[in-house]
Design a protein around this ligand. Structure first.
Ligand code: FAD
Length: 286
């Protein structure tokens, strides 16, 4: 899985599938259910810490399920489309609203699942509706297996959505955007790109912000104030550029990252009494 995660970390998946149609996704889910095979879906792997022992069962990658279409000011994107492709497509078509997301290195499915956000914008602000699968046999074998989820049914919160609580498989979403000058949209995207690259360690493998923002604080500032800038365990290091990021400075194992996370959590709790909760998701056999 180190080939499929932005951390460049993770042991093997027992089974790895790349479906390119809805029918193939349904067949894979039914196969897993029938044979009692644990399964999980992976988008671009930009928010995952996969264990060194890898993943038991089936990993369903959405990479090959990627299609973009436009109807007036609505864009429909399959789950495997990258946010960058989606944002570039919107810009080329003079549609504004997704500029905030253009530098987030994930897929549409992962972004909806996480309610990804940056620079004052969140997926929930532009999402119109989604299609999903409920991964239970009765639903998958029914005449109409696809759930149609309205915007308000996504139950969006800070880095959370109904996709987490309900366990749905995200198939696609429609985004409602505003007409605007393509050059102005491009300028905004470039400005945010510069801000991101000047403040975040974008040139090192990482999983983005390690921790969610604790109420009333910034995780990066708390970590910095504990004197942990540049602190490392094995190949995992608190980024010198932005303490909210843990980077893989070369050869880091999942255990290195996990141990560093624990060390940071313990230090920040002891020093400031603040609990840090991870934004990155630990998956696989720990
Ligand atoms: C350098 C860097 C910068 C980042 N900056 C930001 C930022 O500014 N804002 C932000 O919000 N995030 C940021 N992230 C984190 C990450 O990019 C987002 O969380 C992104 O939305 C994850 O998408 P993904 O496709 O990579 O999901 P993955 O990491 O592949 O998966 C994340 C979760 O989503 C689930 N999932 C993925 N696809 C589906 C699907 N089709 N159906 C159901 N579940 C699914 C997975 O099972 C998993 O639990 C950053 C990451 C990096 C590496």
């Amino acid at each position: 899985m180190h080939l499929h995660t932005s951390y460049e970390i993770g042991g093997p998946a027992q089974l790895y599938a790349l479906p390119s149609s809805q029918a193939e996704i349904i067949r894979l889910l039914l196969f897993a259910l029938e044979h009692n095979v644990p399964w999980m879906v992976v988008g671009k792997g930009s928010n995952l810490l996969v264990s060194d022992d890898g993943i038991l069962g089936l990993v369903i990658s959405t990479d090959a399920y990627a299609k973009l279409t436009k109807d007036e000011n609505y864009i429909s994107a399959f789950c495997g489309v990258s946010l960058k492709e989606l944002c570039d497509f919107a810009q080329e078509n003079g549609l504004s609203g997704l500029e905030f997301a253009s530098g987030i290195p994930g897929s549409v499915g992962g972004a909806v699942f996480m309610n990804a956000g940056a620079y004052g914008g969140e997926i929930k602000d532009v999402l119109y509706c989604s299609k999903a699968l409920h991964p239970v046999a009765e639903s998958l074998t029914s005449a109409n297996p696809v759930l149609h989820i309205k915007a308000e049914e996504h139950d969006f919160g800070y880095r959370s959505s109904a996709f987490q609580s309900k366990g749905w498989f995200h198939l696609s979403s429609v985004f409602k955007l505003e007409y605007a000058d393509p050059d102005a949209i491009k300028a905004k995207m470039e400005d945010l790109h510069e801000q991101r690259w000047s403040k975040q360690p974008m040139d090192c493998p990482s999983g983005g912000s390690t921790f969610k923002r604790p109420e009333g604080y910034f995780a990066g500032k708390l970590i910095q104030d504990c004197g942990l800038r540049g602190y490392s365990i094995g190949g995992a290091q608190v980024s010198e550029k932005h303490c909210g990021f843990i980077i893989n400075k070369g050869g880091a194992t999942a255990k290195d990252v996990s141990d560093l996370i624990k060390h940071i959590q313990d230090t920040v709790l002891e020093r400031f009494g603040v609990e840090l909760h991870t934004e990155i998701r630990k998956v696989g056999r720990w």
